[in-house]
Design a protein around this ligand. Structure first.
Ligand SMILES: [Zn+2]
Length: 403
């Protein structure tokens, strides 16, 4: 790099969207030493070592997906995907693993996945000490609030809260007599560590959804899978039920958490068209939905976009709100000084289908694709070669063999 350059990289000519800075329009973004160095309408390219022309593209904060499963080294079996294989190609720079690991495997998860990944990975720790694995999740004897909270507090830079999930009425365990055990223990752990609880839930007559969100969950807790089929989101006329707004008033957060079975247009479309949208958009990415019906973060965002949420709000709910929900306000925006996690997105127009978990679809006319991703200022995804020269213009030895 030349000594006179003020910036390492300049993204020039793009339409920048950054809710925190109130930006939704033409704005250049300059990056230096891994941080956002300037955010101005017209930055001189001579100040930058490298300039990438992003005219016609959207420049947004790196996307933050707060519901994924990326503990791919888990034995004996797992449903996790490898984080770096699925993040940057969809504009995602931060993943939050939601309870794949419990306290007993957390150090292994950290050493074999989190510490090695280029993607920033945070985690909710499962209230089940063995994590997300088979029948362990059904036995309340495995729910250990002190161990869970202790783990969260032991890794404050990684752990963002507690997760509870998959607590069914299944013999031989007697959870039918303790229907709230998983939620109650999760709340207890959450209070002990002072971080939010993320809840995956299946209502039954002895444990209803209004009870969960109006009585059990605490302000700042996150209900994921909000548009799953099992929740009474809308009434017969398609109007969102009042208890949703009451829960939101008391601080309960609603997250999309698409998953293999938890996103249904029959809930999402009428709810959103009648004033109830998710606070954050997330995928619940794992090996059983990565090739359909979830695919990736942008595919999930495209569904919400084509239901009718404005683009700037889709970006907001995939960057700034998830960052706030997990207690990381330093992320999710392009403020000067922030780590330069950036997504460059291309809007395609045409005729597109988007599929839900019931294998039904909506037709849409807009589709975001990832054109480039930056993680801490480094270009980590550039499939069209926007940042490199034409081969005729490249220096003679333009690639050096690593041996
Ligand atoms: Zn999940």
């Amino acid at each position: 790099m030349s000594d006179t350059s003020r910036y390492d990289l300049l993204l020039k000519g793009g339409h920048t969207i950054c809710a925190k800075n109130g930006i939704d329009g033409r704005m250049d973004v300059a990056i230096h030493k891994g941080k956002i160095a300037a955010l101005e309408t017209d930055i001189d390219p001579s100040l930058a070592e490298k300039t990438v022309d992003v005219t016609g593209l959207y420049v947004t904060p790196g996307l933050i997906d707060i519901h994924v499963h990326v503990y791919h080294t888990r034995e004996p079996e797992g449903l996790s995907v490898m984080a770096d294989s699925h993040s940057f190609r969809s504009g995602v720079t931060t993943f939050v693993d939601t309870g794949t690991a419990g306290a007993r495997h957390f150090l292994h998860f950290k050493r074999t996945v989190i510490d090695l990944a280029k993607t920033r990975i945070f985690a909710f720790v499962n209230i089940v000490d063995q994590g997300m694995i088979g029948d362990f999740e059904q036995d309340p004897a495995n729910f250990d609030p002190e161990l869970c909270a202790g783990t969260v507090l032991a890794y404050p830079d990684i752990c963002v809260g507690v997760k509870t999930a998959h607590y069914w009425a299944r013999q031989p365990f007697d959870d039918i007599h303790t229907p709230w055990a998983a939620v109650d223990k999760g709340v207890e752990a959450s209070k002990l560590c002072g971080k939010p609880l993320m809840v995956d839930f299946w209502p039954r007559p002895e444990r209803t959804y209004p009870e969960l969100i109006l009585e059990k969950m605490q302000p700042g807790d996150i209900h994921t899978h909000v548009f799953a089929q099992q929740f009474p989101i809308v009434d017969e006329a398609g109007k969102p039920n009042d208890f949703l707004f009451k829960a939101r008033e008391r601080g309960v957060i609603f997250d999309l958490g698409h998953g293999a079975g938890s996103f249904w247009f029959r809930n999402a479309v009428p709810a959103m068209q009648n004033g109830f949208s998710p606070d954050s958009i997330s995928t619940d990415l794992h090996i059983r939905n990565v090739h359909g019906v979830v695919v990736d973060m942008l595919t999930t965002m495209n569904k919400i976009l084509n239901i009718g949420m404005p683009l700037a709000e889709v970006i907001y709910r995939s960057t700034l709100t998830p960052a706030q929900e997990i207690g990381h306000p330093e992320l999710g925006h392009l403020s000067v000084g922030a780590e330069a996690d950036v997504a460059v997105l291309r809007m395609q127009t045409g005729e597109f289908g988007f599929v839900d978990c019931g294998k039904a679809k909506i037709q849409g006319d807009r589709k975001l694709e990832c054109a480039m991703t930056l993680r801490a200022g480094e270009i980590v995804y550039d499939p069209d070669g926007m940042s490199v020269p034409l081969w005729q213009d490249a220096p003679p030895a333009y690639w050096t063999l690593p041996f």
